[in-house]
Design a protein around this ligand. Structure first.
Ligand code: ZN
Length: 160
């Protein structure tokens, strides 16, 4: 079965930077499952996998604009510590889910100076050219619930 819209695709992959250093990998253990055509993974990778079947190995190099985008200064903000109400200890490196006018994003604290907290909404892989080696492990039809939710349901996860 081929990877295309509304199918669940299981992949293993190694992600390298342009120097060949491994940035991320899922090569042993459980593969990553995603629902094709539902923005579960970056668009450039999904495009590259389109039409491939289980057992296929796909190599693709994605420029930042097809990956996690370019680094943007306007995604760096300094906010008052009071914005983090309910969190006792703030540390640099902590990440939070935040709502922005461009949708949900993850922001990371990069600096704390008294009551001023600097947060950065850039993805850690912004500006990087991404070199993916992917093995398609399995492709199956999605269930009606998965299509409704727009993401994969594992057998052991009953509701979310
Ligand atoms: Zn769900």
């Amino acid at each position: 079965m081929q990877a295309t819209n509304d199918r669940v695709v299981s992949i293993k992959y190694v992600l390298r930077d342009t120097e060949g250093e491994i940035i991320d990998e899922i090569s042993t253990g459980e593969p990553l499952q995603y629902l094709h055509g539902h923005d579960n993974i970056i668009a450039g990778l999904e495009e590259a996998l389109e039409g491939h079947a289980s057992g296929d190995e796909v190599k693709v190099t994605l420029p930042p604009e097809k990956g996690y985008g370019h680094y943007r200064e306007d995604l760096i903000q300094t906010v008052d510590r009071a914005q983090f109400e309910g969190i006792d200890e703030l540390e640099t490196g902590m990440s939070f889910h935040a709502e922005s006018n461009e949708g949900p994003m993850i922001v990371t604290i990069t600096k704390i100076d008294g009551d001023q907290v600097t947060i950065d909404g850039n993805h850690v892989l912004a500006d990087q050219t991404l070199d993916f080696s992917v093995l398609i492990v399995d492709v199956r039809e999605a269930s009606a619930t998965e299509l409704e939710h727009g993401h994969v349901h594992d057998d052991d996860v009953t509701a979310h």
